[in-house]
Ligand binder design. Structure first.
Ligand SMILES: Nc1ncnc2c1ncn2[C@@H]1O[C@H](COP(=O)(O)OP(=O)(O)OP(=O)(O)O)[C@@H](O)[C@H]1O
Length: 328
């Protein structure tokens, strides 16, 4: 099944709550038919952005365009968007099928037609067998799929997901994120997914939009954002990087691009401060000049060939082309 897809564009969108600027003149062109993650720490403005796109929050300034049409002032149901919430907000006294069909009932669609459509959506999320159950007779993962089917029944061009996996345990979260990705590819509509988890964004997204302090700090493919962070904030937030101030500027370097050598034989000298076994890898942290910490992530076999201990003097090695200059 294929639903419509249209491009989303934010044009200098601002959200103010009294004196708080939650979203500050954000502009972005989202790719059509793609999975985008809006990623950032708590309070950076990502939920406010999503709620403005959904129409659950007014826009203080700027415009939201979907397929070139300004939807900023349309009611939520007329935007061509649908929202799936963090707490799935299912009606406890309605069956799975009735929950999924609910928005069609509000639109006055007759019962036969809405149950037929609900059946199609339940098939899509692989829940046909549970159509007559009540929500509290379902697992967390199944409830989430009901919430998805309920959002998709309105045939949105854009599905908005606000921390959709946060209520699930870690095992189910990884399983469901693969299902979300698969569903987006099957439906060929855009998904815009808010998360504060960088691993979730890396696993899911065609494009990651990193927000910080009410603005977009960086946007790009998952690989671009991870491998070429533009700022110290993005490097630290994406994880797996060191941020180091050297004589000619501040650089990011991936922890797995740092190696260890004898003191004096590396790019810089340091003293081991901590060693952490991580299964396939061992993380070795060392203090270097300027009271800075650098972490080397070594394959476990390499570490155990010549294990270090806290207090050992070491050289830290890297190829200069692995150093990535940061703008701030
Ligand atoms: N209804 C509101 N009234 C006043 N301030 C608000 C309101 N909603 C959000 N804010 C403020 O706006 C800023 C951005 O909030 P928002 O919820 O968009 O951030 P977020 O990145 O989604 O955070 P989280 O991950 O914690 O949900 C925060 O400083 C928050 O306190």
């Amino acid at each position: 099944m294929s639903l419509n897809t249209k491009e989303l564009e934010l044009v200098s969108v601002t959200k103010r709550y009294g004196d708080t600027v939650a979203v500050d003149a954000v502009s972005h062109h989202f790719r059509p038919n793609s999975y985008t993650c809006l990623l950032g720490p708590s309070g950076c403005g990502k939920s406010s952005t999503l709620r403005m796109i959904a129409g659950h929050e007014t826009v203080s300034d700027g415009a939201i365009l979907l397929g070139g049409v300004d939807i900023s002032h349309l009611p939520p149901a007329q935007r061509g968007t649908a929202m799936m919430f963090q707490s799935y907000a299912l009606f406890p006294h309605l069956s799975v099928a009735e929950n999924v069909a609910f928005s069609l009932k509000m639109k006055g669609v007759d019962k036969g037609e809405r149950l037929k459509k609900a059946g199609e959506m339940l098939e899509l999320v692989d829940l046909s067998a549970l159509a007559d159950r009540l929500p509290d007779q379902l697992s967390g993962g199944q409830q989430q799929r009901v919430a998805l089917a309920r959002a998709l029944i309105t045939r949105p061009q854009l599905l908005l997901l606000d921390e959709p996996l946060s209520a699930l345990d870690p095992f189910l979260r990884i399983k469901m994120r693969a299902e979300l990705r698969k569903l987006q590819q099957e439906l060929k509509i855009s998904f815009l997914h808010v998360t504060h988890g960088q691993d979730e964004a890396l696993a899911l997204a065609d494009e990651i939009v990193v927000m910080n302090n009410a603005v977009i700090e960086q946007a790009g493919t998952a690989r671009e954002v991870f491998n070429t962070p533009k700022t110290a904030f993005v490097a630290r937030f994406m994880g797996g990087h060191n941020v180091v101030s050297l004589a000619d500027g501040t650089y990011a370097i991936r922890a797995d691009a740092v190696g260890l050598s004898a003191p004096g034989a590396g790019s810089i000298d340091g003293t081991v401060t901590a060693i952490e076994f991580q299964g396939t890898h061992v993380s070795v942290s060392a203090r270097i000049a300027g009271d800075q910490e650098v972490t080397a992530l070594l394959p476990d076999a390499r570490f155990f060939e010549q294990p270090n201990n806290p207090g050992d003097p070491v050289g830290l090695t890297w190829e200069t082309d692995q150093l990535h200059k940061l703008s701030a």
